[in-house]
Design a protein around this ligand. Structure first.
Ligand code: MG
Length: 453
Protein backbone atom coordinates (compact mmCIF):
# COMPACT_ATOMS: atom_id res chain seq x y z
CA UNK A 1 0.00 0.00 0.00
CA UNK A 2 1.61 3.31 -0.96
CA UNK A 3 2.44 5.68 1.88
CA UNK A 4 0.27 8.45 0.40
CA UNK A 5 -2.84 6.45 1.24
CA UNK A 6 -1.87 5.60 4.81
CA UNK A 7 -4.55 7.96 6.14
CA UNK A 8 -7.99 8.34 4.60
CA UNK A 9 -10.43 10.79 6.07
CA UNK A 10 -13.74 10.69 4.32
CA UNK A 11 -17.38 9.79 4.44
CA UNK A 12 -16.62 6.20 5.37
CA UNK A 13 -14.76 7.36 8.49
CA UNK A 14 -11.09 7.67 9.34
CA UNK A 15 -8.87 4.85 8.22
CA UNK A 16 -5.12 4.41 8.33
CA UNK A 17 -2.04 2.48 9.34
CA UNK A 18 -1.84 2.65 13.12
CA UNK A 19 1.22 4.51 14.40
CA UNK A 20 1.89 6.19 11.06
CA UNK A 21 -0.72 8.85 10.53
CA UNK A 22 -3.45 7.19 12.58
CA UNK A 23 -2.24 8.26 16.03
CA UNK A 24 -3.97 8.27 19.44
CA UNK A 25 -4.06 12.08 19.29
CA UNK A 26 -5.92 12.01 15.99
CA UNK A 27 -8.33 9.35 17.27
CA UNK A 28 -9.11 11.40 20.39
CA UNK A 29 -9.69 14.54 18.34
CA UNK A 30 -12.10 12.70 16.04
CA UNK A 31 -13.95 11.31 19.07
CA UNK A 32 -14.25 14.87 20.43
CA UNK A 33 -15.64 15.98 17.08
CA UNK A 34 -18.13 13.09 17.01
CA UNK A 35 -19.25 13.73 20.61
CA UNK A 36 -19.76 17.39 19.69
CA UNK A 37 -21.76 16.31 16.63
CA UNK A 38 -24.13 13.95 18.51
CA UNK A 39 -24.23 15.91 21.77
CA UNK A 40 -23.80 14.59 25.32
CA UNK A 41 -25.29 11.15 25.98
CA UNK A 42 -24.52 7.43 25.82
CA UNK A 43 -22.31 6.41 22.86
CA UNK A 44 -21.68 2.74 22.10
CA UNK A 45 -18.01 1.94 21.46
CA UNK A 46 -16.99 -1.46 20.09
CA UNK A 47 -14.04 -2.88 18.21
CA UNK A 48 -12.82 -5.85 16.23
CA UNK A 49 -9.94 -8.05 17.45
CA UNK A 50 -7.03 -6.02 16.03
CA UNK A 51 -4.25 -5.59 18.59
CA UNK A 52 -4.39 -1.81 18.13
CA UNK A 53 -8.08 -1.90 19.12
CA UNK A 54 -7.50 -1.42 22.86
CA UNK A 55 -5.31 1.65 22.30
CA UNK A 56 -7.81 3.06 19.81
CA UNK A 57 -10.71 2.40 22.18
CA UNK A 58 -9.11 4.25 25.07
CA UNK A 59 -8.27 7.19 22.81
CA UNK A 60 -11.94 7.24 21.72
CA UNK A 61 -13.06 7.20 25.38
CA UNK A 62 -10.87 10.22 26.18
CA UNK A 63 -12.33 12.22 23.32
CA UNK A 64 -15.94 11.31 24.12
CA UNK A 65 -15.52 12.01 27.84
CA UNK A 66 -13.94 15.39 27.10
CA UNK A 67 -17.19 16.55 25.47
CA UNK A 68 -19.54 15.13 28.09
CA UNK A 69 -20.53 11.83 26.44
CA UNK A 70 -20.89 8.57 28.36
CA UNK A 71 -19.09 5.81 26.40
CA UNK A 72 -20.74 2.36 26.55
CA UNK A 73 -17.84 -0.08 26.19
CA UNK A 74 -19.11 -3.24 24.46
CA UNK A 75 -15.59 -4.57 23.88
CA UNK A 76 -14.99 -6.85 20.91
CA UNK A 77 -18.19 -6.89 18.90
CA UNK A 78 -19.47 -7.61 15.39
CA UNK A 79 -20.29 -4.35 13.62
CA UNK A 80 -23.96 -5.30 13.00
CA UNK A 81 -24.35 -5.86 16.77
CA UNK A 82 -23.01 -2.34 17.45
CA UNK A 83 -25.46 -0.83 14.96
CA UNK A 84 -28.45 -2.77 16.29
CA UNK A 85 -27.61 -2.00 19.92
CA UNK A 86 -27.41 1.70 19.05
CA UNK A 87 -30.79 1.52 17.32
CA UNK A 88 -32.54 -0.45 20.06
CA UNK A 89 -31.22 1.29 23.19
CA UNK A 90 -31.09 4.90 24.33
CA UNK A 91 -27.62 5.40 22.77
CA UNK A 92 -27.32 8.57 20.70
CA UNK A 93 -24.59 7.21 18.46
CA UNK A 94 -21.71 4.76 18.20
CA UNK A 95 -18.12 4.51 17.13
CA UNK A 96 -17.03 1.19 15.63
CA UNK A 97 -13.28 0.65 15.71
CA UNK A 98 -12.50 -1.65 12.81
CA UNK A 99 -10.73 -1.58 9.49
CA UNK A 100 -13.00 -4.42 8.38
CA UNK A 101 -11.29 -6.35 5.58
CA UNK A 102 -8.08 -4.25 5.55
CA UNK A 103 -4.82 -5.88 6.70
CA UNK A 104 -3.96 -6.12 10.41
CA UNK A 105 -1.71 -2.99 10.44
CA UNK A 106 -4.74 -0.86 9.59
CA UNK A 107 -7.51 0.38 11.79
CA UNK A 108 -10.37 2.82 11.44
CA UNK A 109 -13.15 4.73 13.16
CA UNK A 110 -16.63 4.40 11.72
CA UNK A 111 -19.30 6.75 12.95
CA UNK A 112 -22.88 5.73 13.60
CA UNK A 113 -25.94 7.92 14.22
CA UNK A 114 -28.75 7.44 16.75
CA UNK A 115 -30.72 5.38 14.20
CA UNK A 116 -27.98 2.73 14.09
CA UNK A 117 -26.93 3.66 10.55
CA UNK A 118 -23.49 4.87 9.51
CA UNK A 119 -23.40 8.62 8.96
CA UNK A 120 -24.48 9.53 5.44
CA UNK A 121 -22.33 11.84 3.36
CA UNK A 122 -24.05 15.01 4.55
CA UNK A 123 -23.75 14.04 8.21
CA UNK A 124 -20.14 12.93 7.64
CA UNK A 125 -19.38 16.29 6.04
CA UNK A 126 -20.83 18.07 9.08
CA UNK A 127 -18.63 15.94 11.35
CA UNK A 128 -15.57 16.72 9.22
CA UNK A 129 -16.36 20.44 9.41
CA UNK A 130 -16.47 20.24 13.23
CA UNK A 131 -13.17 18.34 13.16
CA UNK A 132 -11.41 20.77 10.84
CA UNK A 133 -12.67 23.83 12.74
CA UNK A 134 -11.76 22.24 16.11
CA UNK A 135 -14.99 23.59 17.54
CA UNK A 136 -15.50 21.03 20.27
CA UNK A 137 -18.06 21.28 23.10
CA UNK A 138 -15.54 20.63 25.87
CA UNK A 139 -17.26 20.32 29.26
CA UNK A 140 -16.49 21.80 32.67
CA UNK A 141 -15.00 19.61 35.39
CA UNK A 142 -18.33 18.83 37.05
CA UNK A 143 -19.92 17.56 33.80
CA UNK A 144 -17.56 14.66 33.14
CA UNK A 145 -19.27 11.26 32.79
CA UNK A 146 -17.74 7.80 33.14
CA UNK A 147 -17.28 4.72 30.93
CA UNK A 148 -20.06 2.13 31.30
CA UNK A 149 -19.58 -1.49 30.33
CA UNK A 150 -22.02 -3.71 28.50
CA UNK A 151 -20.72 -7.27 28.47
CA UNK A 152 -23.37 -8.59 26.09
CA UNK A 153 -22.79 -6.80 22.77
CA UNK A 154 -24.97 -9.19 20.74
CA UNK A 155 -28.01 -9.18 23.10
CA UNK A 156 -30.31 -6.96 20.99
CA UNK A 157 -28.90 -8.32 17.71
CA UNK A 158 -29.33 -12.02 18.40
CA UNK A 159 -32.74 -11.66 20.03
CA UNK A 160 -33.94 -9.85 16.86
CA UNK A 161 -32.49 -12.64 14.70
CA UNK A 162 -34.12 -15.39 16.74
CA UNK A 163 -37.44 -13.61 16.41
CA UNK A 164 -37.03 -13.23 12.64
CA UNK A 165 -35.86 -16.77 11.80
CA UNK A 166 -37.85 -19.99 11.96
CA UNK A 167 -35.64 -21.33 14.72
CA UNK A 168 -37.63 -24.55 15.26
CA UNK A 169 -37.37 -25.55 11.58
CA UNK A 170 -33.62 -24.95 11.58
CA UNK A 171 -33.04 -26.67 14.92
CA UNK A 172 -34.85 -29.78 13.75
CA UNK A 173 -32.24 -30.40 11.07
CA UNK A 174 -29.25 -30.32 13.42
CA UNK A 175 -26.97 -28.98 10.65
CA UNK A 176 -23.25 -29.44 10.71
CA UNK A 177 -21.57 -26.10 10.02
CA UNK A 178 -17.92 -25.06 9.73
CA UNK A 179 -17.20 -21.35 10.12
CA UNK A 180 -14.13 -19.19 9.59
CA UNK A 181 -14.14 -15.85 11.43
CA UNK A 182 -10.60 -14.91 10.39
CA UNK A 183 -9.79 -14.58 14.12
CA UNK A 184 -11.98 -11.46 13.99
CA UNK A 185 -15.03 -10.30 15.95
CA UNK A 186 -17.04 -13.33 14.81
CA UNK A 187 -14.64 -15.65 16.68
CA UNK A 188 -16.36 -14.87 19.98
CA UNK A 189 -19.97 -15.11 18.84
CA UNK A 190 -20.47 -17.23 15.71
CA UNK A 191 -20.43 -20.66 17.32
CA UNK A 192 -22.83 -19.47 20.05
CA UNK A 193 -25.22 -18.12 17.45
CA UNK A 194 -25.11 -21.30 15.36
CA UNK A 195 -25.60 -23.43 18.47
CA UNK A 196 -28.76 -21.45 19.28
CA UNK A 197 -29.93 -22.68 15.88
CA UNK A 198 -29.19 -26.27 16.88
CA UNK A 199 -26.09 -26.60 14.69
CA UNK A 200 -23.03 -28.68 15.43
CA UNK A 201 -20.16 -26.32 14.82
CA UNK A 202 -16.53 -26.57 13.95
CA UNK A 203 -14.42 -23.41 13.70
CA UNK A 204 -11.28 -22.62 11.79
CA UNK A 205 -9.52 -19.32 12.53
CA UNK A 206 -11.72 -18.71 15.55
CA UNK A 207 -9.17 -17.42 18.08
CA UNK A 208 -9.79 -13.71 18.72
CA UNK A 209 -6.09 -12.86 18.99
CA UNK A 210 -6.08 -10.03 16.47
CA UNK A 211 -3.64 -11.81 14.18
CA UNK A 212 -5.32 -12.55 10.89
CA UNK A 213 -4.29 -15.94 9.52
CA UNK A 214 -5.62 -15.10 6.06
CA UNK A 215 -6.58 -12.03 4.07
CA UNK A 216 -9.74 -10.89 5.92
CA UNK A 217 -11.76 -10.41 2.72
CA UNK A 218 -13.95 -13.51 2.54
CA UNK A 219 -13.21 -14.00 -1.17
CA UNK A 220 -12.90 -17.47 -2.68
CA UNK A 221 -9.09 -17.29 -2.93
CA UNK A 222 -8.76 -16.48 0.81
CA UNK A 223 -10.89 -19.22 2.32
CA UNK A 224 -9.27 -22.46 1.14
CA UNK A 225 -8.75 -23.64 4.72
CA UNK A 226 -12.49 -23.41 5.33
CA UNK A 227 -13.22 -25.27 2.09
CA UNK A 228 -10.92 -28.13 3.14
CA UNK A 229 -12.52 -28.25 6.59
CA UNK A 230 -16.05 -28.46 5.13
CA UNK A 231 -14.98 -31.47 3.08
CA UNK A 232 -13.10 -33.13 5.94
CA UNK A 233 -16.00 -32.63 8.38
CA UNK A 234 -18.62 -33.59 5.78
CA UNK A 235 -20.45 -30.44 6.83
CA UNK A 236 -23.70 -29.17 5.31
CA UNK A 237 -22.26 -25.70 4.75
CA UNK A 238 -19.28 -23.45 5.47
CA UNK A 239 -19.50 -19.77 6.44
CA UNK A 240 -16.68 -17.21 6.16
CA UNK A 241 -16.78 -13.76 7.75
CA UNK A 242 -14.54 -10.73 7.51
CA UNK A 243 -12.87 -9.21 10.59
CA UNK A 244 -15.92 -7.22 11.76
CA UNK A 245 -18.45 -9.91 10.81
CA UNK A 246 -20.65 -7.88 8.50
CA UNK A 247 -19.80 -9.76 5.29
CA UNK A 248 -20.54 -13.42 4.62
CA UNK A 249 -19.23 -15.87 2.05
CA UNK A 250 -20.68 -19.36 1.71
CA UNK A 251 -19.01 -22.71 0.94
CA UNK A 252 -21.19 -25.53 -0.37
CA UNK A 253 -21.34 -29.06 1.04
CA UNK A 254 -18.69 -30.17 -1.45
CA UNK A 255 -16.21 -27.59 -0.11
CA UNK A 256 -16.59 -25.19 -3.03
CA UNK A 257 -16.89 -21.41 -2.43
CA UNK A 258 -20.10 -20.35 -4.16
CA UNK A 259 -18.88 -16.75 -4.60
CA UNK A 260 -19.62 -13.72 -2.44
CA UNK A 261 -22.25 -12.39 -4.87
CA UNK A 262 -24.44 -15.40 -4.24
CA UNK A 263 -24.90 -14.63 -0.52
CA UNK A 264 -27.19 -11.75 -1.48
CA UNK A 265 -28.77 -13.72 -4.35
CA UNK A 266 -29.85 -16.56 -2.03
CA UNK A 267 -31.14 -14.10 0.56
CA UNK A 268 -33.16 -12.11 -2.00
CA UNK A 269 -34.78 -15.29 -3.30
CA UNK A 270 -35.65 -16.48 0.20
CA UNK A 271 -37.13 -13.18 1.40
CA UNK A 272 -39.13 -12.42 -1.78
CA UNK A 273 -40.63 -15.92 -1.78
CA UNK A 274 -42.20 -15.08 1.60
CA UNK A 275 -42.74 -11.37 1.37
CA UNK A 276 -42.80 -9.49 -1.93
CA UNK A 277 -41.50 -5.94 -2.00
CA UNK A 278 -38.76 -3.70 -3.36
CA UNK A 279 -35.10 -4.80 -3.31
CA UNK A 280 -32.25 -2.30 -2.81
CA UNK A 281 -28.69 -3.15 -3.83
CA UNK A 282 -25.70 -1.09 -4.91
CA UNK A 283 -24.72 -0.58 -8.55
CA UNK A 284 -21.94 -3.19 -8.45
CA UNK A 285 -24.14 -6.03 -7.17
CA UNK A 286 -24.80 -9.05 -9.38
CA UNK A 287 -27.56 -8.91 -12.02
CA UNK A 288 -28.81 -12.23 -10.63
CA UNK A 289 -30.72 -10.05 -8.16
CA UNK A 290 -32.62 -8.44 -11.05
CA UNK A 291 -33.54 -11.88 -12.46
CA UNK A 292 -34.85 -13.08 -9.13
CA UNK A 293 -36.77 -9.86 -8.45
CA UNK A 294 -38.34 -10.05 -11.93
CA UNK A 295 -39.54 -13.60 -11.20
CA UNK A 296 -41.42 -12.21 -8.20
CA UNK A 297 -42.45 -9.06 -10.06
CA UNK A 298 -40.59 -6.83 -7.57
CA UNK A 299 -38.64 -3.65 -8.38
CA UNK A 300 -34.87 -3.32 -7.79
CA UNK A 301 -33.46 0.00 -6.61
CA UNK A 302 -29.77 0.50 -7.45
CA UNK A 303 -27.78 2.82 -5.18
CA UNK A 304 -24.37 4.41 -4.89
CA UNK A 305 -21.68 2.24 -3.30
CA UNK A 306 -21.56 2.44 0.51
CA UNK A 307 -23.62 0.58 3.05
CA UNK A 308 -25.45 3.69 4.28
CA UNK A 309 -26.63 4.48 0.74
CA UNK A 310 -28.26 1.06 0.46
CA UNK A 311 -29.68 1.38 3.99
CA UNK A 312 -31.25 4.77 3.26
CA UNK A 313 -32.69 3.54 -0.05
CA UNK A 314 -34.20 0.58 1.81
CA UNK A 315 -35.92 2.85 4.30
CA UNK A 316 -37.15 5.36 1.67
CA UNK A 317 -38.51 2.64 -0.64
CA UNK A 318 -39.76 0.25 2.06
CA UNK A 319 -37.47 -2.47 0.68
CA UNK A 320 -37.86 -5.94 2.18
CA UNK A 321 -34.32 -7.13 1.40
CA UNK A 322 -31.11 -5.84 -0.10
CA UNK A 323 -27.44 -5.39 0.42
CA UNK A 324 -24.18 -5.58 -1.44
CA UNK A 325 -22.69 -8.23 -3.67
CA UNK A 326 -19.56 -8.42 -1.51
CA UNK A 327 -21.38 -10.68 0.93
CA UNK A 328 -23.39 -7.92 2.63
CA UNK A 329 -26.90 -9.19 3.33
CA UNK A 330 -29.29 -6.54 4.74
CA UNK A 331 -32.74 -7.38 6.10
CA UNK A 332 -34.59 -4.27 7.29
CA UNK A 333 -37.07 -6.34 9.33
CA UNK A 334 -34.07 -6.88 11.64
CA UNK A 335 -32.04 -3.76 10.79
CA UNK A 336 -30.90 -2.25 7.48
CA UNK A 337 -27.22 -3.12 7.96
CA UNK A 338 -24.87 -5.70 6.47
CA UNK A 339 -25.02 -8.68 8.77
CA UNK A 340 -23.21 -12.00 8.30
CA UNK A 341 -25.39 -13.58 11.01
CA UNK A 342 -28.71 -12.91 9.26
CA UNK A 343 -27.07 -14.27 6.10
CA UNK A 344 -26.14 -17.51 7.89
CA UNK A 345 -29.62 -17.80 9.41
CA UNK A 346 -31.33 -17.35 6.05
CA UNK A 347 -29.15 -19.94 4.32
CA UNK A 348 -29.84 -22.46 7.11
CA UNK A 349 -33.56 -21.73 6.92
CA UNK A 350 -33.51 -22.28 3.11
CA UNK A 351 -31.77 -25.63 3.63
CA UNK A 352 -34.28 -26.60 6.32
CA UNK A 353 -37.42 -25.53 4.46
CA UNK A 354 -36.49 -26.79 1.02
CA UNK A 355 -34.64 -29.94 2.00
CA UNK A 356 -31.98 -29.18 -0.60
CA UNK A 357 -28.20 -28.89 -0.40
CA UNK A 358 -26.34 -25.61 -0.88
CA UNK A 359 -25.13 -26.73 -4.31
CA UNK A 360 -28.72 -27.54 -5.32
CA UNK A 361 -29.87 -24.07 -4.21
CA UNK A 362 -27.03 -22.51 -6.21
CA UNK A 363 -27.83 -24.59 -9.31
CA UNK A 364 -31.29 -22.99 -9.40
CA UNK A 365 -29.83 -19.47 -9.77
CA UNK A 366 -29.06 -17.92 -13.16
CA UNK A 367 -25.38 -18.02 -14.06
CA UNK A 368 -23.26 -14.91 -14.44
CA UNK A 369 -19.52 -14.43 -14.34
CA UNK A 370 -18.13 -11.41 -12.52
CA UNK A 371 -14.63 -10.01 -13.02
CA UNK A 372 -13.25 -7.30 -10.72
CA UNK A 373 -10.12 -5.29 -11.41
CA UNK A 374 -8.41 -2.28 -9.90
CA UNK A 375 -6.28 0.17 -11.84
CA UNK A 376 -3.89 2.44 -9.93
CA UNK A 377 -4.94 6.02 -10.37
CA UNK A 378 -4.31 9.08 -8.23
CA UNK A 379 -7.35 10.54 -6.51
CA UNK A 380 -6.61 13.97 -8.05
CA UNK A 381 -7.19 12.87 -11.66
CA UNK A 382 -9.79 10.15 -11.04
CA UNK A 383 -12.71 12.51 -11.46
CA UNK A 384 -11.50 14.02 -14.72
CA UNK A 385 -10.97 10.49 -16.07
CA UNK A 386 -14.56 9.67 -15.17
CA UNK A 387 -15.71 12.70 -17.18
CA UNK A 388 -13.77 11.46 -20.23
CA UNK A 389 -15.16 7.94 -19.89
CA UNK A 390 -18.73 9.20 -19.52
CA UNK A 391 -18.41 11.26 -22.71
CA UNK A 392 -16.85 8.40 -24.68
CA UNK A 393 -19.40 5.78 -23.70
CA UNK A 394 -22.56 7.80 -23.59
CA UNK A 395 -24.21 5.80 -26.41
CA UNK A 396 -22.74 2.41 -25.48
CA UNK A 397 -25.84 0.99 -23.82
CA UNK A 398 -28.00 1.91 -20.88
CA UNK A 399 -25.85 4.40 -18.96
CA UNK A 400 -26.12 5.17 -15.23
CA UNK A 401 -23.93 7.92 -13.73
CA UNK A 402 -25.30 7.81 -10.17
CA UNK A 403 -21.87 6.65 -8.93
CA UNK A 404 -19.07 6.65 -11.50
CA UNK A 405 -20.20 5.07 -14.76
CA UNK A 406 -22.28 1.96 -15.25
CA UNK A 407 -23.05 0.69 -18.73
CA UNK A 408 -25.54 -2.13 -19.23
CA UNK A 409 -25.46 -3.73 -22.71
CA UNK A 410 -28.41 -5.33 -24.52
CA UNK A 411 -26.96 -8.85 -23.92
CA UNK A 412 -27.21 -8.17 -20.11
CA UNK A 413 -23.43 -7.74 -19.72
CA UNK A 414 -22.54 -4.68 -17.65
CA UNK A 415 -19.50 -2.62 -16.65
CA UNK A 416 -19.20 -0.38 -13.58
CA UNK A 417 -16.23 1.98 -13.15
CA UNK A 418 -15.71 4.24 -10.15
CA UNK A 419 -12.90 5.83 -8.16
CA UNK A 420 -12.38 4.06 -4.83
CA UNK A 421 -13.41 5.90 -1.65
CA UNK A 422 -10.65 4.29 0.36
CA UNK A 423 -7.66 3.76 -1.96
CA UNK A 424 -5.92 5.51 -4.86
CA UNK A 425 -7.39 3.16 -7.46
CA UNK A 426 -10.20 2.95 -9.98
CA UNK A 427 -12.47 -0.01 -9.39
CA UNK A 428 -13.77 -1.89 -12.38
CA UNK A 429 -16.52 -4.48 -12.04
CA UNK A 430 -17.78 -6.42 -15.04
CA UNK A 431 -20.45 -9.08 -15.20
CA UNK A 432 -21.80 -11.12 -18.08
CA UNK A 433 -23.73 -14.33 -18.70
CA UNK A 434 -20.72 -15.25 -20.90
CA UNK A 435 -17.35 -15.83 -19.17
CA UNK A 436 -15.44 -14.82 -22.34
CA UNK A 437 -17.38 -11.60 -22.70
CA UNK A 438 -16.78 -10.75 -19.01
CA UNK A 439 -13.02 -11.16 -19.38
CA UNK A 440 -12.96 -9.34 -22.70
CA UNK A 441 -14.84 -6.31 -21.34
CA UNK A 442 -12.70 -6.24 -18.19
CA UNK A 443 -9.45 -6.27 -20.19
CA UNK A 444 -10.73 -3.66 -22.63
CA UNK A 445 -11.82 -1.21 -19.92
CA UNK A 446 -8.77 -1.81 -17.70
CA UNK A 447 -6.57 -0.93 -20.65
CA UNK A 448 -8.60 2.16 -21.45
CA UNK A 449 -8.46 3.40 -17.83
CA UNK A 450 -4.69 2.75 -17.59
CA UNK A 451 -4.10 4.73 -20.78
CA UNK A 452 -5.90 7.71 -19.18
CA UNK A 453 -4.19 7.51 -15.76
MG1 MG B 1 -16.58 -5.66 7.16
Amino acid sequence: MPRRSSLKVGISGVRGIVGELLTPQLVTTFAEAFGTFVGPGPVVVGRDTRLSGEMMKNAVFAGLLAVGCRPIDVGISPVPSILIKTNRTDAIGAIAITASHNPVQWNALKFVGRNGLFLNRYEAQELLDIYHQSEFSLVETDAYKWVDRDDDPTREHFSALLEYLDVDAIRERNFKVVYDSCNGAGSLFTSGFLEMLGCQTEGVNNVPDGLFPRNPEPKAENISELCEAVKAEKADVGFAQDADADRLAIVDEKGRPIGEELSIALAVKHVLSRNRGPVAVNLSTTAIVDHIAAEFDCPVIRTRIGEVNVAEAMITNCAVIGGEGNGGVMVPAVHPCRDSFIGMGIVLQCLAEQGKTVSELVAELPRYVMVKKTVECSTEIAHSIMTVLRKRHTDAGQVDTTDGLKITYPDRSWVHIRPSNTEAVMRLTVESPSPEKARELADQFAQEISSLC
